[in-house]
Design a protein. Sequence first.
Length: 157
Amino acid sequence: MAKFSRKGKGGLPAINTASMPDVVFMLLFFFMVATQLRETTRMVIVQVPTASEVAKLERKDLASHISIGEPAPMHHALYGTETRIQLNDSFKSVTDIRDFIAAEREARSEADRPFMTVSLKVDQNVRMGIVTDVKQELRRCSALKIMYSSRRAAPSQ
């Protein structure tokens, strides 16, 4: 009978890396789809107040955002520290709200225009005078669905 001899130890086979690019591209595609990019740059500091009753907005794509607050520290040299209104990526006055709402309506489809909501992100330390002025201007341009952004109050123990 013949003897079979082993020529060294077998060891572990090498890991097959042929499918590695497929896995990398699947992960890349997943994170590209799942990540939401910020549409506008926040130029004002807004610390929203707490609320006892909070309802979530159903369709965020139908919301137009108006931010009211003190300019961020990097904008203090140019705009000062007075309360400002931010529409999209620039500071505007109350009279510019009508053009903003008209442009937002035109950007929506005809079927979605009646469901458009204006979201007011107002700093908790802002005086109500400017908020009232904004609401009056929204009323003049028939933007009657207004939502105030807030955070949920911490549960009391």
